[in-house]
Design a protein around this ligand. Sequence first.
Ligand SMILES: Cc1cc2nc3c(=O)[nH]c(=O)nc-3n(C[C@H](O)[C@H](O)[C@H](O)COP(=O)(O)OP(=O)(O)OC[C@H]3O[C@@H](n4cnc5c(N)ncnc54)[C@H](O)[C@@H]3O)c2cc1C
Length: 352
Amino acid sequence: MDYDIAIIGLGPAGSTLARLLSPSFKVIALDAKHQTGNEGFHKPCGGLLANDAQKAFIRQKLNLPKDILTDPQIFSVKTIDLQTKLIRNYQRSYVSFDRHKFDLWLKSLIPSKVNVLHNTLCKEVRRIIDGYQITYLDQNKTEHNVTAQYVVGADGANSLVRRMRYPQHKIRQYVAIQQWFTEQHPNPFNSCIFDNKLTNCYAWSISKDGYFLFGGAFSKKVATQHFEKLKEKLSMQGFIFGEPLKTEKCLVVYPNRLRDFYTGNENIFLIGEAAGFISASSLEGISYALDSAEILSKILNSGHPKPNKCYYQRTIPLRFKLYGKIVKAKLLTTPIWRKLIMKSKIQHTEQH
Ligand SMILES: Cc1cc2nc3c(=O)[nH]c(=O)nc-3n(C[C@H](O)[C@H](O)[C@H](O)COP(=O)(O)OP(=O)(O)OC[C@H]3O[C@@H](n4cnc5c(N)ncnc54)[C@H](O)[C@@H]3O)c2cc1C
């Protein structure tokens, strides 16, 4: 084998694993993003760090550098139900940051002993005796093969590793669309929008560094159409959009059942969103990416004789926590329940 471990994808999950693995391993890590700068692949994201992700960074003794933070830091989320016209402000202690800078910062923390290949696309993971052969295209689109004993799929919502190795473990996916506008609202705000006619998930808006980000998750076939309709509806509610400066689109997994969370077998491990680890009620996924990477690093570093079984077992609490989010999502996307939840704790109703 050329390597002990091959990590496919360096988002929060892959970068964290690469940083926490013991230096005794020979590790290769492939990532579609460039090493620095604004070129290449950017992960579309709201860029909000939730409580659990903050806790993971505390455990890992990391602080966010100042230059990745964005302005303003808003600690309330206006929840808008377009069906019942209820509006409620909830307190949320998110840290707002620039997602691309965040990803590049996490990559920069990977020890130099790990062979990190940037701007590289993994094309195939094939079983061979005693391990796997990984085929990838480098930045010049030249094809290469390497072999590794263990493969870690940290390649996000549309994971090639999961699709290729576990086609039977399909998971529901939505299309997330996010547009950037010049911020024109007199008071910057973050919001979360429910409208059962246009999205069976939810939509959001975030004010960030002079921009107004508006996004939502939609069924694949109607995504663009429903995104535009939702913008029209919200314009009537006082949202100011203008001309979009940037449109981002990607798949986002939307787990629906306990068995949607899949952690791999036969020396392949799925971490982060590739495993289905994302909250169905808020689409918050960074904390689960960090947590699953940390759990796997401990297992591999300990030299456990049955690492797949152990990883499955140690992620059971995480899976049950995420199942709780599925139940919460089902309640929040059911208008009658949402109305009851929002009415039970109304602080004040208001229009923009
Ligand atoms: C629109 C949107 C907004 C979101 N907002 C938030 C938020 O505010 N807060 C939050 O906590 N979560 C948010 N999420 C969820 C969060 O972004 C993900 O759950 C999280 O990024 C998952 O981390 P990951 O490391 O598992 O995967 P990713 O962050 O998706 O990273 C995977 C990486 O793998 C690489 N890759 C993929 N395929 C290949 C390949 N074939 N070869 C080589 N490299 C490859 C890519 O470079 C990519 O960066 C949002 C999701 C979406 C879609």
